[in-house]
Design a binder for this molecule. Sequence first.
Ligand code: KIV
Ligand code: ZN
Length: 384
Amino acid sequence: MLHDPNHLYIFDTTLRDGEQVPGCQLTTIEKIEIAKDLERLGVDIIEAGFPVSSPGDFQSVVELSKAVDDVIICALTRANKNDIDVAADALKYANRPRIHTGIGSSDMHIQYKFNSTREEILERAVAAVKHAKSYVEDVEFYAEDAGRADLAYLAQMIEAVIAAGATVVNIPDTNGYCLPDQYGAKIKYLTEHVKNIDQAIISAHCHNDLGLATANSIAAVQNGARQVECTINGIGERAGNTSLEEVAMILKVHNQSFGNLSSNIDSTMFTYISRKVSDMMNMPVQPNKAIVGRNAFAHSSGIHQDGFLKHRENYEIIRPEDVGLEEADIILTARSGRHALKHHLERLGYHLDKETLANTYERFLIIADAKKDINDEDLLSLVK
Ligand code: KIV
Ligand code: ZN
């Protein structure tokens, strides 16, 4: 498979790592609906599920393969023959199938999860990739818990799986353990020490246990990764995965720093798809969540509101329209100034002279101190 080195591949795992969250399970019909939205959003790869895990997951991968034409459909497996056989069967209708197989790479996992040795795990990794390759051209290998793996051993494993046919090598920080500079250095080390690394693309797969998933993914891209694995709203195991909308907007805002890497993502769909995933998965988005939280474009303190109303770029590095919101919110609270009150009154058609505005503002503060939310009715009661 040929990769474009100037493109950042967005691998969405909302329907696999995201859907593993308790209470977030979706029906196949709901998954198809989200997959079609993800296709319109412009993701490059959709991880559709883990077919061997249940008949329902198997069926979802089958149906998503039929429903989606242009995007790569990926199925997860462990490094064993049966998982891979089942995944290949589930992918049989996919136009662009990918098998994502892998095994633990840290000594912790090797010893306490597999009760095995580095040598034996390496053999299993290579055998799994070879077996997957007998079914599909596009094979991604994940070195689980790479965030805590010994670097030299990780490099040895990655070199061996690329030689066995892996076209994408995923370096998961499964436990969200790394600091950005550590994770970035890990990726750089692999680009410098894996002899055949130019035959594969490096993928970042980060978890958010320390709130660093996005920062770590970005550090990976700065050090040579060209695929990022992420989910809508950052949902996923425990504290979640890297948030797709955060990575895409960082790339957009700082495009030059990333050498103008291309991406197919249509950010104007973010608000829509975030709300849809949140509703369908019954997983509320925290109000202060970057990009898609309710308050991400809401200005509430007087100093910010005044500065924003003078020139929006004083307090706006992303235009709300760019993420599919109509406009920024100027929230009226007891911390708001006259400028914000004037703005809202004018929106309602009331243009007050300076003296009337000053007088109205005094009465506004009394209401605002007593109430959390000031609505249009409150404003009208002030001016009528
Ligand atoms: O976090 C992880 O290591 C994973 C792998 C299965 C890719 O989700
Ligand atoms: Zn994961």
